[in-house]
Ligand binder design. Sequence first.
Ligand SMILES: [Fe+2]
Length: 237
Amino acid sequence: MTDTTDRLGTREDASSAKTFNEAYGISDGAVAGLRHASLDGVQLSLNGVDHTARPTWKLNETVEFYRDILGLPLVHAISARGWGPPGHHDFLHFFFDAGKGATIAFFYYIGSQRPEKYVPEEHHFYFATHTAWAVETEAQLIQWKETLEARGIKVSPYTKHEILESIYFTDPNGYPVEVTLRLRETEVIDEVDARLTIQAAMETEAEARAENRLLADIDTIWRRKAKLVDAYKGAPA
Ligand SMILES: [Fe+2]
């Protein structure tokens, strides 16, 4: 009998399913049937970022930008024939050092052209997909902004988001890049606040969906959150 058990370190090829979603997709309805972490007592954890990856159709500009202008060392490159489903392009997968073992990675699909839907858009939906790379000190954040500007890159003003202060710029692919300084660590009050905010949002979103409408505004969520805050203050968890 063939051993079909999946074991660590035994295969290097990708799934041959027609699509990634066919192999591993989860439908909305299926989420309800999945087991919650609280039921099996296993606490999974992560240890930071290994790499982020995006496609590029500008090999030269991407390498020049990250390696030669930003000065992030090119530390690894995989070159491979197409793998997995039929029609997969031969590709390069290359990695720039982003500190603490993390890398910024790209795929360059040989012989492909960028489809229209992958052209960057001037829209916050598009810019929502980004990675924020950390610096440790205020001096480093200032150094990033001033150095990049001196090298000719347009950089956003310093922008504060509660516990982060960030700068933003764009790479030659049109991908937004964020460099951020953590202003403080999160505390228990932040976790409580997050829990109540998201609970309020989930409840009101579910109600809206049941009535086949969209949530109208943030006020709807805040009003519900206010009730949850009152209940919390009455009986802290
Ligand atoms: Fe961000």
